[in-house]
Design a protein. Structure first.
Length: 133
């Protein structure tokens, strides 16, 4: 049985494959642009108009990039029989939600989604081994 542990955040995903006694570790970068929109700027006149920052533009672009990132991860998920997703923040929950819409066969393999702290590579491998044992 092939088991897959995915530690995920918006920057990268660590993939741990367990098959029999063999452990494979891989890192996949998200290729997300980290937007840092600046506030509006004032005109030269004292109480003149300000430029407005369109946050919706940035959020929409990030949404599409996240969708592409999750679809790349789904290709790895198709090779596994059981999947556990964990990591800081709520990216893991967003991954499950996206897969339930676009990758139903992969979403059914998810055993659990947990929010955990940041971990070293060795801690990620140990966490996945503990989960599946």
């Amino acid at each position: 049985m092939k088991e897959l542990g995915i530690w995920i955040d918006k920057e990268k995903a660590h993939l741990v494959f367990l098959e029999a006694e063999e452990v494979k570790f891989e890192t996949l970068d998200s290729d997300l642009d980290f937007f840092n929109p600046r506030g509006g700027s004032r005109s030269k006149t004292r109480w003149g108009p300000q430029d407005v920052v369109q946050d919706s533009k940035y959020l929409e672009k990030e949404k599409h990039q996240l969708k592409n990132y999750f679809n790349k991860l789904a290709a790895y998920g198709k090779k596994a029989d059981a999947i556990v997703v964990f990591g800081p923040a709520e990216t893991g929950l967003a991954l499950r939600k996206e897969w339930e819409v676009s990758q139903k066969d992969v979403a059914q393999k998810i055993k659990r989604v947990e929010i955990t702290d940041s971990m070293t590579n060795n801690q990620v491998i140990a966490w996945v081994k503990d989960f599946f044992n």
